[in-house]
Design a protein around this ligand. Structure first.
Ligand code: NCD
Ligand code: ZN
Length: 352
């Protein structure tokens, strides 16, 4: 018989896009409601490249937080070929910046300023390795001749393996893993490599996006792959292996930007992430490993204490309704529909 309530250490989100301005104000309460901390992606326009930019962005987030919120944004810098290793070091040692994000130039939304020549950023990686600062990787090559469904696997061989060989003690988080190749790679590494997995890649494969008409709300990057890859991700996430943890990659775009002839990549999922992930773990008889994936493994890898607060999930008798879209002044924002029955609801957060 399945448990009907679950009390977990309050989860963290190790990869989220909070945006800025009105969109930030609309989406931030969802993150603040269910998560203790989040690693905040730096791909604003213009990107967050210097420690001073991260300080300013953190202040904007803090001002948009609901009253009495304990949510802690953990800031990241967007790596460019001009990044100053000293600025990164100072930002990390002062506690203003937690990690650095590598976007290969052109790989995804707002990545034009990303890295073209990896060797140009080696001085930054060297400093990060010496101070124990994690490098977060968008693991896709951008060569036009590489098929979009193969970009992650090719990235491992062409880009990640050289970084690993050159900087063996650099902490690397392979973000939003989407393939069995990625799972196998992370499992083959020593303790300095880990990966985030999103809720959507645990529940959809590419059919969700392409069968029965093109479904832009299931388009994200890295793009969802075939079923065998989804199964490998589920196995990794539910195994309890400390190298895998939750990063929602919640990436809101207004509906008019997604429902377009050239629609934006990104899925807005933070409102129902924990319900979906709990359901995946239940369906795979792994509820006993849920807390590791959502609340413990990430903190352990980042070298941070786990949250003191707790979150209570309760299993409902009927599936939860599909979340309704949000109406903002500039348009509507669609929430992720996992296309499967989900019974777990977040009941409360208990603060110490
Ligand atoms: C992200 C975004 O919109 O910022 N989109 C996405 O599909 N995940 C960028 C990213 O993380 O690749
Ligand atoms: Zn992302």
């Amino acid at each position: 018989m399945t448990a009907t309530t679950l009390t977990l250490t309050l989860p963290d989100d190790w990869h989220v896009h909070l945006r800025s301005g009105e969109l930030l104000k609309a989406v931030l309460p969802f993150s603040a409601q269910h998560f203790g901390r989040a690693i905040v992606m730096p791909n604003l326009q213009p990107p967050v490249v210097k420690t001073a930019d991260a300080q300013a962005y953190r202040a904007e987030i803090a001002a948009a937080l609901p009253e009495n919120s304990h949510f802690q944004p953990l800031m990241t810098l967007y790596l460019t070929e001009q990044t100053d290793p000293n600025d990164v070091k100072q930002g990390f040692l002062n506690g203003d910046v937690t990690a650095v994000k590598l976007y290969p130039a052109g790989a995804t939304t707002n990545s034009a300023a990303g890295v073209k020549n990896l060797e140009a950023v080696y001085p930054v990686l060297e400093v990060m390795e010496s101070i124990g600062m994690p490098l977060l990787v968008h693991g896709e090559v951008v060569d036009p001749e590489v098929d979009i469904f193969d970009r992650e696997a090719v990235f491992i061989e062409k880009k990640l393996q050289p970084i690993r060989a050159r900087f063996p003690k650099l902490k690397v988080v392979f973000e939003h893993l989407t393939t069995k190749d990625g799972v196998d790679y992370v499992q083959s590494c020593e303790q300095y490599t880990a990966a985030t997995i999103t809720p959507h890649h645990l529940v959809i494969n590419r059919n969700a996006m392409l069968v029965g008409g093109i479904k832009p709300h299931y388009y994200c990057l890295p793009v969802a792959k075939r079923e065998l890859h989804r199964l490998a991700l589920v196995e990794a996430a539910t195994s309890g292996d400390a190298r895998f943890f939750l990063g929602t990659d919640s990436a809101p775009h207004l509906d008019h930007a997604k429902q377009s002839a050239c629609g934006c990549a990104g899925i807005f999922n933070v409102a129902n992430t924990l319900s979906i992930v709990a359901q995946v773990f239940e369906n795979n008889h792994a509820l006993s490993h849920l807390e590791r994936f959502v609340s413990l493994n990430g903190a352990l890898f980042y070298g941070l204490p786990v949250n003191q607060a707790q979150l209570v999930l309760e299993r409902q008798l009927e599936p939860l309704p599909v979340p309704e879209s949000l109406s903002l002044s500039q348009g509507t924002l669609t929430l992720f529909d996992p296309l499967m029955p989900v019974y777990w609801a977040v009941k409360q957060v208990i603060t110490p």
